[in-house]
Design a binder for this molecule. Structure first.
Ligand code: NAD
Length: 287
């Protein structure tokens, strides 16, 4: 079985960004800049945000973390986003989810300017993706497509099942695979007899958010398995995915491990998106 090593692919993506960032800096007198907005004190979110900042620095990009207190109002959060939208020195904006319960994520996703949507999750970006004319793609599914391309795994003509239909992973994943000429079925929590779908697929992307839910018997022999799930499992808190990876050896054609599969690609794609938005704003993508 070919192990699809997202850590290596992410490293390669970051390496391609270093000269792009340097060239942008030379032409524009500054590096591409990502602004990250975080509300409240959630410790996992704080770690994610810190990692994003470090990842920016590692490729020569700059970033600012805007930490807002947990009791911030929707109006104040909206005002912060409007300010970032109109700041010429900000190229990408990312609001760290989940937000505290009193705040509306949809409002945020409608407000972030599409020209600064580093996460590719705003309504405008999703609309472009649906229309087949994407600007920036959502980071996690775009990272999956990069892994497949890297390993020369074409999805054209394949029977693909995406397990999960969230706006962050499942739905955009299905759209991207469809755009790459796969024949895509979306399964979800109300799907009856899930394994009858997954067992018929040449490629399965699992993003159900259920630790170790699927194993060898749920897949066709020779299938490609992409595991997006990420969980802390058991008393020692080891990371695991939605798939029982250890069962796939000798059965699957290729699979992503957890950790070291899809996860590292998400931040690498965020950097790619931010760099692309900066270049786009500077007119570097015009023909
Ligand atoms: P979500 O909870 O928003 O969506 C889960 C989806 O799975 C839903 O559409 C639901 O219908 C479906 N589902 C749930 N149980 C199911 C079942 N038993 N059978 C079939 N479908 C089922 O989650 P999400 O945000 O899409 O994330 C999914 C997983 O991916 C989570 O484990 C999350 O932590 C992980 N994730 C990882 C990354 C990364 O960078 N690696 C990024 C985003 C999400």
């Amino acid at each position: 079985m070919l192990i699809l090593n997202g850590k290596d692919v992410a490293k390669e993506v970051r390496a391609t960004l270093v000269p792009r960032v340097a060239s942008f800096k030379e032409k524009n007198g500054r590096a591409p800049h990502l602004s990250v907005v975080i509300v409240g004190e959630d410790s996992a979110s704080q770690v994610y945000v810190k990692n994003k900042k470090l990842a920016c620095e590692a490729v020569g990009m700059t970033s600012t973390i805007h930490a807002l207190p947990v009791q911030v109002s929707q109006q104040e959060l909206n005002e912060k986003i409007r300010k970032l939208n109109s700041d010429p020195l900000v190229d990408g904006i990312l609001v760290q989810f989940p937000l505290p319960k009193h705040l509306c994520a949809e409002e945020v996703l409608k407000l972030i300017s599409e020209s600064k949507d580093a996460d590719g999750l705003t309504y405008m970006s999703m609309g472009h993706l649906l229309a087949g004319n994407p600007l920036v793609n959502p980071c996690t599914p775009a990272g999956v497509m990069t892994i497949l391309r890297h390993y020369g795994l074409s999805v054209e003509g394949l029977k693909v099942v995406v397990v999960g239909r969230s706006n962050i992973v499942g739905k955009p994943m299905a759209l991207m695979l469809n755009a790459a000429n796969a024949t895509v079925t979306i399964c979800h929590s109300k799907t009856v007899n899930l394994s009858s779908y997954t067992r018929a697929a040449d490629l399965v992307v699992v993003a159900a958010g259920k630790a170790r839910m699927l194993g060898k018997e749920d897949f066709k022999q020779g299938a490609i398995i992409i595991d997006v799930g990420i969980h802390r499992d058991g008393p020692n808190g080891k990371l695991c995915g939605d798939v029982r990876f250890e069962e796939l050896q000798g059965w699957a054609k290729a699979a992503t491990p957890v950790p070291g599969g899809v996860g590292p690609m998400t931040i690498a794609t965020l950097l790619q998106n931010t760099c692309w938005l900066a270049e786009q704003k500077a007119g570097l993508h015009k023909t």
